[in-house]
Design a binder for this molecule. Structure first.
Ligand code: NAD
Length: 286
């Protein structure tokens, strides 16, 4: 059931800490959570404690299981802790240069047989695998936020990824209670973000050309397509700056028109969505 015994997660931010926690819930793995910042490791532990005890309060898990899950995650600041890992999931912030530097280090410190995966939302695995001498053991494993709620993980094969690597990734994702989908070829943004981008672009076009308001476009999509959130609510939720940055990256790779003016101006004004209290909708008023 478990394809290896020890998982290492590198980067203990929003995603890394939750990938570690979801893995810990399975009870199947030894887990090491590595971050260059000791303060971040403390924060990750506190955030995970909040999550598990809320789960206990709501009756979703027992106090015993909560404590066992938390105790399974060993914090570390040094890549020596990769020793014995069958898989390494990299979850450092979304910056190609920074990630490539980390991947060169992973190649030096991870056991030779370990699968190396990146949780990047957009960066195709070949750009990281090329930093290693084992590209056949590398793939994307794109979990979604919050990992303990969102079931999907996109497993993406690079041009040199071996079948065995994809099989191990799929088996691991299933073993921690998440749902894998496999992309046979890599592409910027993978499946979900490409479809989300397409919807967001059309929504922005309709808004910018004055066909309908953001409110009515969201209502139309929710009531007509049965989406739980409209495209503008989703943009506000993930952050307009994040969407804008990913859109620019994709444009550099694939070409296409510049960002819609409405989006650019909102990013320049710092209206980034929920996190700033204002985006396409106003959150300051609740
Ligand atoms: N946040 C999301 O909603 C989300 C969703 C899906 C995927 N992702 C992807 O997951 C990845 C991580 O995103 P995040 O939001 O968790 O980032 P984050 O900024 O919350 O955390 C990144 C962590 O990496 C650590 N770090 C940086 N350099 C390091 C190094 N050399 N060694 C060890 N640790 C290092 C930082 O200290 C920080 O704790 C990104 O690639 C992002 O695209 C994010």
């Amino acid at each position: 059931m478990a394809p290896f015994e020890k998982l290492a997660v590198v980067g203990a931010g929003t995603m890394g800490s939750q990938i570690a926690l979801q893995t810990a819930y399975s009870g199947l793995y030894e887990i090491v959570l590595i971050d260059s910042s000791p303060e971040q490791l403390v924060k990750a532990r506190e955030q995970n404690e909040k999550l598990v005890w809320r789960g206990v309060e709501k009756g979703r898990l027992t106090a015993d299981r909560a404590q066992t899950a938390l105790d399974r995650i060993q914090p570390a600041t040094d890549l020596e802790a990769l020793s014995g890992a069958g898989m390494v999931i990299e979850a450092v912030f979304e910056d190609l240069g920074a990630k490539q530097g980390v991947w060169r280090q992973l190649n030096l410190h991870a056991p030779p047989e370990a699968v190396l995966a990146s949780n990047s939302s957009t960066i195709a695995i070949s750009r990281l695998a090329e930093q290693t001498d084992r590209p056949e053991q590398c793939c994307n494993m794109h979990f979604f936020h919050p990992v303990t709620v969102m079931e999907l993980c996109e497993v993406v094969r690079g041009p040199r990824t071996a079948d065995q690597t994809v099989d191990t990734a799929v088996e691991f994702v299933r073993s921690i209670g998440r749902v894998p989908v496999v992309m046979n070829k890599e592409i910027h943004g993978f499946i979900v973000n490409r479809i989300l981008f397409a919807a967001a672009e059309e929504a922005l076009h309709l808004l910018e050309e004055g066909y309908a308001s953001a409110e009515d476009i969201d209502v139309a999509v929710k009531k007509g397509l049965n989406w739980p959130m409209g495209p503008f609510e989703l943009l506000d939720f993930s952050g307009l700056d994040i969407f804008y940055g990913a859109r620019e990256d994709r444009r550099k790779l694939e070409g296409g028109p510049g960002a819609p003016t409405v989006l650019k101006e909102m990013v320049e004004r710092g209206e980034l969505g929920r996190k700033t209290g204002r985006g396409f909708h106003d959150y300051a008023r609740g």
